[in-house]
Design a protein around this ligand. Structure first.
Ligand SMILES: Cc1cc2nc3c(=O)[nH]c(=O)nc-3n(C[C@H](O)[C@H](O)[C@H](O)COP(=O)(O)OP(=O)(O)OC[C@H]3O[C@@H](n4cnc5c(N)ncnc54)[C@H](O)[C@@H]3O)c2cc1C
Length: 486
């Protein structure tokens, strides 16, 4: 767990070891984007990175960015989208009350896409038209959320917005993106101190944040931030003290995504000076039933033998809903025609069954429960519509014996997850107190902040990298221009 001290007062500081206008804590995607924009806006910038190299979890990620509104990739691939259409979808699927940030996220998305490309982050003008969690076959665009899922497809015209950075063989898109961004940071000669662990914030007598305490080679010193400090130190996924309390089911059974330094330093630093937190129980988990996409034509039932959601939902939405079923248990029922092994999730193949009764007895579900579920589903599908959960017409098929069964329960499968909650900021990245007032001199961006999507029900893959990079940029611009009185 991170060592966090303070907050310190300027009276605790005997001497500043170094000064900069903007001090950035962490060099993942949020920190790199903040650094570039602050530097280009004329600020003297200093990045402090705890690891021996930059990249953070961003460099391990799949490299999907949730972008839309009519990016060049969308348009070239023949898809129509607009900022209003993107907003209509996100407004419908999320419950965020950060209206301003949501609007900025959608209205800035085309410009942000252009900016990322201008830094050397590559997106191919090729669309993947099927359902996948990610691609590593060269496509630059795919659907990564609930756009085609009812009721959202009726609230906004579905458009794919998962912009996938082209990976190269085993190299992930996140690695490619961060190689480009870190290369730009280096070319533009932004100073970075590696193996520099920020352990405290410094306040002046007006409570403005004016610097940090940092530990380098076992020696502690203070660094002054004349305009502001930007926390960009990543998630708290690897901080079991926080996750075991806030997300006990997944902390117990799931696997957190991230690297060892994703231990919540930013969150804890923010706490020392009273920054508000939001969505601290929110996470997105994944152990997708697709690909192969034919598996979506099966049905998912809980331990009572009942269907409880549409099977064509985004995989994070499915994990979210399974977690809320009795004992967090669920089963995927397939028939012979669509049988296949799910590529992700290490889901357990239970067996094949000639009859529904055998299947019910193997699962120990109430006799007749799966029979009733299948009868209703099959008669709906024969009539051409899933009246219960509105699965898209692309995935409708009558299921016939023999059946095959996979267990996809949270405790049994391999669910990987990441937190979505964190520090509260405004659309310029300024850290806010619970009463909405600004903590002067303090900014935060990326996975140490609260995401626009509050949980897996709301998330679409790519929202973290897109939000972290966009709001990191905005924090950099604002901090560079921040007068000492803001
Ligand atoms: C396997 C995997 C796949 C993913 N795929 C996607 C995807 O395709 N799309 C998507 O949107 N999201 C994805 N995510 C999530 C996404 O990668 C992260 O949420 C995002 O990268 C966070 O960016 P960040 O800049 O906030 O943090 P990070 O990239 O984690 O960077 C934080 C940096 O801060 C440093 N740091 C930490 N504490 C301190 C300290 N006290 N002092 C100084 N430095 C410190 C760390 O060493 C690190 O370098 C994925 C995550 C993983 C792990």
């Amino acid at each position: 767990m991170p060592t966090i001290e303070g907050p310190f007062r300027t009276s605790d500081v005997h001497a500043w070891a170094r000064s900069a206008d903007v001090v950035i804590v962490g060099l993942g995607i949020a920190g790199a984007c903040a650094a570039l924009e602050a530097r280009r806006a004329g600020a003297e910038v200093l990045v402090l990175e705890r690891a021996a190299a930059g990249g953070g979890a961003s460099a391990w990620s799949q490299g999907q960015f949730y972008l839309g509104g009519g990016t060049d990739v969308q348009t070239t691939c023949g898809y129509e989208d607009s900022p209003d259409n993107m907003y209509a979808f996100l407004r419908a699927v999320t419950t965020t009350d950060e209206e301003d940030k949501l609007r900025v996220f959608c209205d800035s998305s085309v410009e942000h896409f252009d900016w990322l490309e201008a830094q050397g982050v590559p997106f191919a003008r090729i669309a993947y038209k099927h359902k996948a969690v990610y691609t590593r076959t060269g496509e630059g665009l795919l659907t990564t959320g609930n756009e085609k899922v009812w009721p959202f497809r009726e609230k906004a015209a579905p458009a794919p917005r998962g912009h996938q950075v082209s990976g190269d063989g085993d190299i992930s898109g996140g690695n490619v993106a961060m190689t480009a961004l870190l290369g730009t940071v280096e070319r533009e000669q932004v100073p970075v101190i590696y193996e520099a662990n920020v352990i405290g914030l410094v306040q002046d007598d007006s409570d403005r944040i004016v610097g940090v305490k940092v530990r380098i080679d076992g020696e502690d010193s203070f660094i002054e931030a004349r305009n502001g400090v930007i926390l960009a130190s990543g998630s708290f996924n690897l901080n079991s003290d926080v996750t075991s309390v806030n997300m006990p089911l997944f902390a117990q059974y799931g696997k957190p995504l991230g690297e060892p330094t994703n231990d919540g330093a930013g969150l804890l630093l923010g706490r020392t000076v009273g920054v508000a937190e939001r969505g601290m129980e929110g996470l997105v988990a994944t152990a997708s039933i697709y690909p192969p996409e034919d598996l979506i034509k099966g049905i998912v039932v809980n331990a009572e033998g009942r269907r409880f959601m549409t099977e064509d939902a985004y995989h994070g939405r499915m994990a979210h809903t399974i977690a809320r079923q009795p004992e967090a248990k669920a089963f995927l029922i397939l028939d012979e025609e669509i049988f296949g092994y799910p590529k992700h999730g290490s889901h357990t193949f239970i067996d094949a069954f000639e009859t529904v009764e055998e299947m019910e007895s193997a699962l120990g579900v109430p006799a007749g429960s799966i029979r009733g579920t299948l009868e209703r589903y099959n008669s709906d599908i024969a009539a051409g519509e899933d009246t219960e959960f509105h699965k898209h017409a692309d995935w409708l098929k009558v299921l016939e014996p023999p059946y095959a069964l996979f267990e996809i329960s949270i405790p049994r499968s391999d669910y990987h997850w990441m937190s979505l909650g964190g520090l509260v900021t405004d659309s310029d990245g300024r850290a806010l107190r619970p009463d909405g007032s600004v903590v002067a001199g303090l900014y935060a961006a990326g996975a140490c902040t609260n995401h626009l999507a509050q949980d897996g029900n709301e998330y679409a893959s790519g929202m973290s990298l897109a939000g972290g990079s966009l709001f990191g940029r905005r924090a950099g611009v604002h901090a560079a221009s921040a007068a000492v009185t803001t």
